[in-house]
Ligand binder design. Sequence first.
Ligand code: 5GP
Ligand code: ZN
Length: 112
Amino acid sequence: MDCIFCKIAEGTIPSAKVYEDEYCLAFHDINPQTPVHVLVIPKAHIASADEVTGENSVYVTKIFEAIPAIAAKAGLTGGYRVISNCGEDACQTVKHLHFHLMGGKKLPEQMG
Ligand code: 5GP
Ligand code: ZN
């Protein structure tokens, strides 16, 4: 399968790694939208939040269990936003589930 985040998870495409365990990998976004912008991905191919099931939801659970440590490692001491774009209307560009951890400054209240 031609999935860029599967390749990053396998290590065939390099990334600026923040955290890794058996279930997930966190790395800096190549095109950061905030001073700190980290992506957290499952190490299994799940296309989006819309594809989460009882079979694969352990990856989502493990990601959320790891997020506090990832945020601390990335220096997100003042708080952060967790975002997952899902599908066309949300402008999801990479079809492998990922959570954006964004912060490093006071973020605007409104998305636009
Ligand atoms: P989406 O728009 O699908 O929610 O977010 C995809 C994110 O992946 C974007 O913020 C984009 O900058 C990031 N991205 C795309 N390709 C790469 C890559 O090869 N390496 C890294 N580190 N980030 C990437
Ligand atoms: Zn994938």
